[in-house]
Write a protein that binds this ligand. Structure first.
Ligand code: AR6
Length: 171
């Protein structure tokens, strides 16, 4: 599998699936989540509401992932995952690892081959970017998956630089 990095807006990616850094409610928010729902339109939210009613009455737990279609986005699917909120007092990195591993499993179940990821938990949820990058890249690199390209779409030059440095050290 190829890991690629681009600086940009994940909602513009013409890929099979984009991963959303959602919250447990699946009903939208700020950051990537807000951008995906704004640009994707109300279809995504309608599917999220149905998921809440059917499968996730208590919300989607941190570390898990679930797909909807992508409405008006150029991608075909949105894979919603819920990152952990960063906490200095507790190591929650297994949950961030799980976000990437579970998102790839959902991608495989959809036969998605090219998947765009944001830096899950590295915005509102406060995860330090270098550690978020290390967990993201190492997990994706180690995954057994039929995904052929994992494209990290980084918002801003600094996030892109951090991911590039971490990726170079992984190789
Ligand atoms: N494309 C790519 N990356 C983006 C975009 C975009 N359009 N917009 C922001 N980022 P965040 P989290 C970057 O906060 O930390 C929401 O309210 C951003 O700069 O989107 O997992 C949800 O509803 C940062 O580097 O996700 C949850 O409540 C990274 O994406 C909560 O935020 C992730 O930032 C989730 O917080």
């Amino acid at each position: 599998m190829e890991i690629t990095l681009v600086q940009g807006d994940i909602t513009e990616q013409r890929v099979d699936a984009v991963v959303n850094a959602a919250n447990s409610s699946l009903l939208g928010g700020g950051g990537v989540d807000g951008a995906i729902h704004r640009r994707g339109g109300p279809e995504i939210l309608a599917e999220c509401r149905a998921l809440r009613a059917d499968r996730y009455a208590g919300g989607l737990p941190a570390g898990q992932a679930v797909a909807t279609t992508a409405g008006r986005l150029p991608a075909r699917w949105v894979i919603h995952t819920v990152g952990p909120v960063y906490a200095k007092s507790e190591d929650r990195s297994h949950l961030l690892t799980s976000c990437y591993a579970e998102s790839l499993k959902v991608a495989d179940s959809l036969a998605a081959r090219v998947v765009a990821f944001p830096a899950v938990s590295a915005g509102v949820y406060g995860w330090p970017m270098d550690d978020a990058a290390r967990i993201a890249l190492a997990t994706v690199r180690a995954a057994g998956t039929r995904v052929t390209e994992a494209r990290f779409v980084l918002f801003g030059a600094e996030a892109y630089r951090v991911f590039s440095d971490v990726l170079a050290r992984l190789d």
